[in-house]
Design a protein around this ligand. Sequence first.
Ligand code: NDP
Ligand code: OXD
Length: 321
Amino acid sequence: MTMADSILIDLDLHPDVQLTRFMQEFAERPVVAPNPDTGRADEPQRIQYAVVWKPEPGMLASLPNLEIIFSLGAGVDAILRDPALPDLPLVRFVDPNLTGHMCNWVVLQVLMHTRRQRGYDALQRKREWKEIHPQPASNELTVGIMGLGELGSACATALLALGFNVCGWSRTQKSVKDVVTYHGDGQLNAFLSKTDILVSLLPHTSATHGILNRDLFEKLSKDGPFGAPVVINGGRGGSQVEADIIACLDERVLHGVSLDVFETEPLPANSRLWTFNNAILTPHMAAVSDPATLASHVRTQIDRYERGEELQHLVDRSRGY
Ligand code: NDP
Ligand code: OXD
């Protein structure tokens, strides 16, 4: 008989709120955090479920009775990096609030560029009353979304509602209403050539590592109203080559960028990315997991598992997402 009865929760995001919320949701069983000195569970044999974000390599392997690993977020790249990751079900976080936050961030960034907000901010600082042109209509622009999963397909729908033309690219063929879809390496160039504003919502895998590079930027449409494309990355920093982004902003290969994720986080203070007026940077906050909905998602999945039902939102380790 196993003695495992506890949930281990990483305290990476909102530490106090998160622990409290999980303790409320799981009042019937112990909820514990890793020991801050060792980074490990004090009673490893008692841990049945673990909820983690960037676990210390080997930490999960030190839990002999672990049955399910839950990701604190939608992305699982930091968990899959653990070379000793136990071969157990890995469930990621899929949540309407998280999806809604990402849609809002993407729409905000698209509008910041298309309505020239950074230019108006600069004029306001100078108390200057002046219009900036062009101000293209939504239907004059095509937004191309890389990654048509939970987040990418919801963002496509939000942008369509604002009148943008939307196309999307994914690994396998997809059908999203009113979105022109492309898939696979063979259709990437066709997708890029149609895209005025590129939005990446790709997971970070060996196939997407460094995909947002100069070679790709040069294949984007130059026919849009700004004469050069805009790149928006809300996925993962490992998919972008920042040296190429900086050079392409310098050379006007890119009109502007919005980045929520970076090769190194926090973004080092000496990065030149900080200095561009048309580079909008946010600190990996586009869609932060909400402790309340995270706790109820984990509750739903544990209840399903304990009733003998299938888990939802399982990660396919061979794909890496
Ligand atoms: P999903 O797994 O639902 O979707 C991923 C999409 O990417 C799928 O359409 C998939 O294609 C596509 N894809 C993956 N690999 C490739 C490839 N090699 N070539 C082409 N397409 C590919 O993930 P979510 O939409 O839920 O999340 C996406 C990512 O967003 C997360 O992995 C995470 O990194 C990031 N994220 C960032 C947040 C932030 O705050 N900045 C918040 C939450 C998530 P297919 O369907 O054909 O397999
Ligand atoms: C996530 C994130 O993957 O916040 O959920 O980056």
